[in-house]
Design a protein around this ligand. Structure first.
Ligand SMILES: [Zn+2]
Ligand SMILES: [Zn+2]
Length: 155
């Protein structure tokens, strides 16, 4: 995911883009849907702050019942690009403050956008807040079936 500096007008720019998950190097078994980006870039002399809201749909396995479910996720990132003759010492992808050199055609925000999206995935993934999960005794999915434990005890 790159922003062509030349295509930005001076001052505020706002636009949206839809990209394929592979462009962010996402695992396509989880992320198969297009990724939506809302971008803002403020082109000033020597400085381009960029803000991105990224969202898509992921396919996850519920931590409680083990069923597959889909969920919309979304996150934000902001990077300030400063025009310099050299990169900042120790500068790495994902830093909030980054350099760009004069004549550099593009700002690469792949890493930032990918990170913002993946960090927005909840640590605990459940299909619904009231998912009843699997019975510890008989193992049925309690969302769709009745527990069989009592019947087994009767036999
Ligand atoms: Zn569940
Ligand atoms: Zn049971």
């Amino acid at each position: 995911m790159k922003i062509r500096i030349e295509s930005l007008k001076d001052g505020a720019n706002r636009w949206t883009e839809t990209i394929e998950p592979l462009e962010l190097d996402l695992d396509i078994s989880t992320y198969s849907q297009p990724v939506n980006l809302e971008l803002e870039a403020d082109k000033r002399s020597g400085k381009i702050p960029v803000s991105v809201h990224v969202s898509t749909q992921g396919k996850y396995i519920c931590d409680r019942c083990g069923e597959e479910f889909k969920r919309e996720i979304g996150g934000d990132c902001r990077i300030i690009f400063i025009q310099r003759d050299n990169t900042f010492p120790g500068e790495v992808e994902g830093d909030d403050l980054r350099s760009f050199l004069s004549g550099q055609p593009e700002l690469d925000i792949t890493f930032d956008v990918r990170d913002a999206l993946l960090l927005s995935v909840p640590l605990k993934l459940v299909c619904t807040d009231d998912c009843r999960g699997l019975c510890a005794g008989c193992g049925v999915n309690l969302n769709s079936e009745a527990c069989r434990c009592e019947k087994q005890a009767d036999l």
